[in-house]
Write a protein that binds this ligand. Sequence first.
Ligand code: BGC
Length: 769
Amino acid sequence: MNKYLVLDEWNIIEKGFKPEHHEASESIFSLGNGRMGQRANFEEAYSGPSLQGNYVAGIYYPDKTKVGWWKNGYPEYFAKVLNSTNWIGINISIDNEELDLYKCKVSRFSRILHMKEGFLEREFVAELKNGKKIKVNSKRFLSIVDTEVGAIRYSITPINFDGNISIAPYIDGDVKNQDSNYDEKFWTEVGKKIYKSKACLNVKTKKLNFHLCTGIAYEIFQGNKKVETKAKIIEKDKYIGFDFSVNCKRNIETVIYKYAANVSSENYNKDVLTSEAERVLEQALNKSFVNLFEDQKQAWADKWKECDIQIKGDIAAQQGIRFNIFQLNQTYTGEDKRLNIGPKGFTGEKYGGGTYWDTEAFCLPFYLSTAESHVAKNLLLYRYKQLDKAIENAEKLGFTNGAALFPMVTMNGEECHNEWEITFEEIHRNGAIAYAIYNYVNYTDDKEYLPKYGLEVLIAIARFWSQRITYSQDKNMYVMLGVTGPNEYENNVNNNWYTNTIACWSMEYAIKITDFVKNNYSEDYKRLTKKINFDDELEISKWKEIINNMYFPYDEKAGVFLQQEGYLDKEQILIKDIDKSNLPLNQNWSWDRILRSCFIKQADVLQGIYFFEERYNLETIIKNFDFYESRTVHESSLSSCVHSIIASKIGNSKKAHELYVRTSRLDLDDYNDEVAEGCHITSMAGTWLAIVEGFGGMRVKNGELHFKPLIPKQWDSYSFNISFRGFLLNIEVLKKQVIVTNNSSKFIEINFFGSNYKILSGKSIFVNH
Ligand code: BGC
């Protein structure tokens, strides 16, 4: 835990410069616009510890797998999100001494992430060793309107001298990934073009041949006057710099505007990349920083109108949720079907930028309720398009007959992670992909999705489960052996309750949707059964046989579902009884000790109870919650949000609030001492869920919205917006009353605490609670 940020409703603020916080801040203050993103690295040189990160969505590197002992079936590569061309760099020196905050005296430092307007600002006074003092203010953003454009306004004001300052804006493609397996650089140069105050650098990846062209242009102003400069050009492999000096006056601001254009072979032919970068750059220059910035502020204001959540009476909670919503919107916009949501988004290298089950299990509902419906649909289609590869994945492991195993980590449908207990054993991810189809159709009522795409995926997944589950003579039941459940602090376990549950549910759902498509879309059904050679009677009877005879570990005495067979053989210690200096366990204990202990990394049984709550009565949910919450260390970011939702469900608002704060401020307060590696973007959607589904109690049942709000005692009120089947609603929960406003053009009926209410267009209703 590391609390050093100032509480504020709309901004993330760091005051005073402490190098030991720098890498954490580089993650937290990251910027993104769905197409590209970057860590909050400094523009000027910095020789202290730092993780450089500029990322372009969709560009990755298949780094050759590195393992101790190669085994058949291991993925060939681990994909890496690529640290790519740095376009923010502006070196500053005075009398041959470089401005470097690690080396000089820094005062009045502040770093602010302006979430309302979508930009990063930094200000400081630096005193160099030679006694020269300057004040610097920088503003930077990645445009969410012109998504190939980034812009910087960097101003320098001498405080105690008049004289020359040398300024060197540059573009640097000679960058590395910190996580490179063989300490290799992944980029080579294709070419460069240099003009008077403009340059383009074209680079390509050594494998897969992604091309990226980055153009930069700069302008210098003193007051309203443009300053003409004569720059020395510095040319190196994958590098272009401009170096010039400007005569500066005490207390007078010299402003450098730096514009960048990033275009890639993902969107253009390789041979036109340089001209496209020039075009985008030219447009940005013509628009100018001021207008680009105005557009940015307006576009963010529009976004916030759709998805803001307001919490009154608790600034920490308010700042937490806005930070989460801001980062989610910076990461994924849903405009490009080829993209997905990496667990760290654009904020770090960890997890390689790949797609995990996080998308389906956690992120989908956020986009369903806060964005247009094609956004969530694109997330589903992403997996549909990878179905062939998922079938290949399963074949590599020995499965047949069109069984599909979607990857645990992927860029293009291939499995690209190489930790066996995750890659091979966390097969529960297949269930989350089926569950997402259910969730999407239940929310949107887009039934057409099922005959066109959904059923094909569901059958392939059901085929996988029916082969992966085996029959135990000893138990005279079906069992699933050798899996890792969501709780990664247990590997290779038998009969993980969650995996068994979601596997059987996936088969049940596949049966239901098979019937639905057969009865309602017979032509599509015929086409599909022929395409995938589906013998419905035979295959479904096998699925039913398994569903009816599946083994689910359960402990009568405690009245809880057992995370896996044998879980109670472990020494049962509660978290409250261990010394806090042991936490986080993953940084203090050996892996061996973690595996042997009863401590749970993240929601596992409770993840299943969350998905399928309708099946369990309140008493069962309470027993399981109490049992597992007291053993869960929440060392996965995906954990506390689920526990918080269940705590709300059982009416434990104190615990729900505590867990909500943990999930929403996980990165801001660095609960698990790891934010320096990047922010937990996918779990941020879980934070949103903790409010909307947790405190708000929102569910969609039989095509109708249901709410059962409660309010934590620390809050005066909270409110959120929901877009649902063409309706726009605002739900405001006060201490004793809920106000629902229908901001759509038609009336809607919704259910509050079990009773139905009709709300006319443009009207509000008031419900006491
Ligand atoms: C969690 C996984 C998750 C991954 C990426 C891990 O720490 O245990 O469930 O998919 O992080 O977020």
